[in-house]
Ligand binder design. Structure first.
Ligand code: KG4
Ligand code: ZN
Length: 349
């Protein structure tokens, strides 16, 4: 049995979790997530405020996670902490605290890449969300399509050329006058939208694209964002058009994501698809993905809402896997704004 304490502070959620791995099965013993709602006032995450809020929250959040799991630091086999990528000041709070805890309790320390955490999240709730699978990670900061050949062995298929998927939802939310973050509001509004009122071109999706084309798996959201802006500017009655615009935007994004994932499954011969990141909370996306991937005989695994958005359970899980392989991070572990996922291969074989 491996019992890992996970700590996540890469953006605007202070989170700690105790996860146990036993006989190849996961159990989340506790998961505490403190979201910093203050950023909504500013329409986006303010890095300096995020760092300070993590500092205030980190000690009680970790204590609470240990308490809820009914364990003490003595029971912890390893402490896993997100050390990249993210806001450096925010990451540093988690890294420094994890190092202090690990040194004081003589517990091994494991630095975890935030996006590798997202890859593990769904496996905490679906025993079959195991490699090999195609992963679509769609969050506020990242958009990537990977072929997960095995844990720790990731082949890059495509990513966004401009905005991340969640960032596009948030920017379009702003254009439509919705609160930050816009994603959930757009999904809700789109339910009442008439899909025939507006139609936006599907970005980077052409019938004549070939698997060797550089944009075959890549994504882009700035064009559709501009199309929404122009439609908003041209609208005589935005209150009447808002839901239709939300629907048209969401349809364009979802159609594109589903088409790229189906291409990836076909090209790599995969039948499992794992979703991750905040945009995977979007149930319209999940249903459309299930339909598209189901039509080629595949299966889609989506995380729960709590595991889709930033959380420490996924960091503990990725850390547990690396710990069981014998990995340990040095005391010099640092925080990085940008860093490649360990085990990621960029060239397409
Ligand atoms: O993974 P996450 O919590 O944080 C990052 O690492 O960025 O993702 C946050 C993003 C935001 O852009 C938010 O608008 C988006 O996830 N999001 C959604 C939905 N719920 C959250 N986007 C579309 N539909 C949703 N229901
Ligand atoms: Zn994230």
């Amino acid at each position: 049995m491996t019992l890992v304490l996970g700590i996540e502070t890469s953006c605007d959620e202070t989170s700690a979790s105790v996860v146990v791995r036993e006989a190849e099965r996961w159990s989340v013993r506790s998961l505490v997530i403190l979201s910093q709602d203050i950023h909504a006032v500013f329409g986006g995450v303010v890095p300096e405020i995020a760092s300070r809020a993590h500092l205030t929250a980190i000690v009680p959040v970790v204590s609470h996670a240990l308490h809820e799991a009914g364990v003490t630091l003595d029971d912890v086999d390893a402490i896993a902490v997100t050390h990249a990528p993210g806001l450096v000041g925010a990451l540093l709070v988690g890294v420094a605290y994890a190092k202090g805890l690990a040194a004081a309790s003589d517990t091994p320390l494991i630095g975890v890449h935030h996006m590798e955490g997202h890859l593990f999240a769904t496996s905490l709730v679906h025993a079959d969300a195991e490699p090999p699978f195609i992963a679509l990670l769609v969050s506020g900061g990242h958009t990537m399509l990977l072929d997960v050949r095995d844990w720790g062995d990731y082949a890059w298929l495509g990513g966004t050329r401009d905005d991340a998927a969640g960032e596009a939802f948030d920017k379009v939310g702003k254009l439509l006058g919705l609160p930050y973050p816009g994603g959930p509001h757009i999904e809700r509004l789109a339910r009442d939208g008439d899909p025939s009122r507006f139609r936006f071109a599907r970005p980077m999706l052409r019938r004549d694209q070939q698997p060797d084309d550089p944009d075959y798996f890549d994504l882009s959201f700035s064009g559709v964002k501009t199309a929404v802006r122009l439609a908003v500017e041209g609208s005589a009655d935005l209150d009447a058009d808002r839901a239709h615009l939300a629907r048209a935007f969401q349809d364009a994004v979802i159609d594109t994501l589903v088409a790229k994932v189906v291409r990836a499954c076909r090209a790599r011969g995969r039948t499992r698809v794992v979703l991750g990141g905040g945009v995977a909370c979007n149930q319209t996306l999940v249903r459309a993905m299930e339909q598209g991937v189901g039509a080629i005989g595949g299966q889609v695994f989506a995380p729960t809402t709590r595991l889709a958005t930033d959380n420490a359970a996924m960091i503990a899980a990725a850390g547990a896997w690396r710990f069981e392989r014998g990995e340990r991070s040095p005391w010099g572990l640092s925080a990085y704004a940008q860093r490649e996922i360990p085990g990621l291969v960029r060239s397409r074989p």
